[in-house]
Ligand binder design. Sequence first.
Ligand code: IMP
Length: 433
Amino acid sequence: MPKSNIAVLGAQWGDEGKGKIVDMLTPHFATVARYQGGHNAGHTVYVDGRKFVLHLIPSGILHPGIACIIGNGVVIDPQALFKEVDELARMGIDVDGRLLISEKAHVILPYHRELDVLSEARRGERKIGTTSRGIGPAYEDKIGRRGIRVCDLLGDREALAQEVRENVNARNRMIIDSTLDWKPLFDQVVAFGERMRPWVKDVSLYLAESMTQGKNVLFEGAQATLLDIDHGTYPFVTSSNASVGGVCTGLGVAPKAIGGVLGVAKAYTTRVGEGPLPTELSGDLAERLREGGQEYGASTGRPRRCGWYDAVVVRYSARINGLDAIALTKLDVLDGLPEVKLCTAYKTATGTMTEFPADLRLLAGAEPVYETLPGWTSPTKGMTTFEQLPAEAQRYIRRLEETSGAACAIISTGSDRTETIVRQHSVVSDWLL
Ligand code: IMP
């Protein structure tokens, strides 16, 4: 068992390969707990050669004996949840007794999905590029104090009927010609609650008690810091706190419960959806990264936008999250490039900036200041020690560490669990010993 609870979260715009890092660390923990987001996240796993994509349930469920928690900060689409539970059952994995869902989590209902699509259409050219899963509208209802929580599905039926009726009426007022009937939805919602009932718990209490017994927790982030509603590239963000603050609010644990924070960053940068991406590439090089890294969304299949590593972004993430270390992923995708670049500052209308700006207009016009380093001709794919890496790759990582302000304790050199370097005498080797 590691010495402390750790948070693993994205340090860029998501899809950094958190899934592999979480999978690899999970056997060292008793519990994996998701604290925000919903089924907009996607994590591809292979079990006995079968491809499986988990969106909501932590992938820790694939490891026997690990408790998996969905915290109050997560928004749950019951239909998406049941689909995952059913697929896991078909693979012989029973979630009962190991899947624990917060009674305070809010639910995504079918009208949230419709509102998501509608709101994107209304924004036109200024659309966010959401996953169309109803995430934003469900969080809007939560903050607007009209959301429906898991405990509401299990409580007084009359009170639930009133909430559903009022929500449906409000939605009908927002959508011209909409005549959604609340009663069939109410019946559906009651059925959702009954199916979820065995998994529902006070997860804050469960976590407190299990931590007291010395059982450590891995806090799993979804999306990433630059998609955080407060600290990301607003409004081109998701609607939750993906950065470390979300752990406390999204699970009901105290800040001192977080013993370490590991930021996952790709050796280059990607983004799905709209919004600025200062180091974005186009043409052959972008295509080379997209194909090499299989940069297509796990949830929506959308091609990801690709660019060079941005140290301004990761340095910002290191500050916001207090990163103890970086898990650097997909280094092997850069294999064979004649040169590699990393961005250390932006040239903007108001001068050179070394800190990440809040104003997106500055960012949209920002020109990256690059350092160019020689690439490596021999492959890094599958390497398991830092010393095996070509000298040029070692130099790239060292420079990336200096400019990002955190050490790379883990380096991933391929998609398989074994294709990983865990640096000796790093904070991660300390945590796991
Ligand atoms: P939403 O979370 O569906 O509202 O989408 C808001 C923004 O976050 C869009 O740009 C999405 O592409 C992005 N996003 C949401 N989930 C993920 C993810 O798991 N990986 C990467 N981007 C995501």
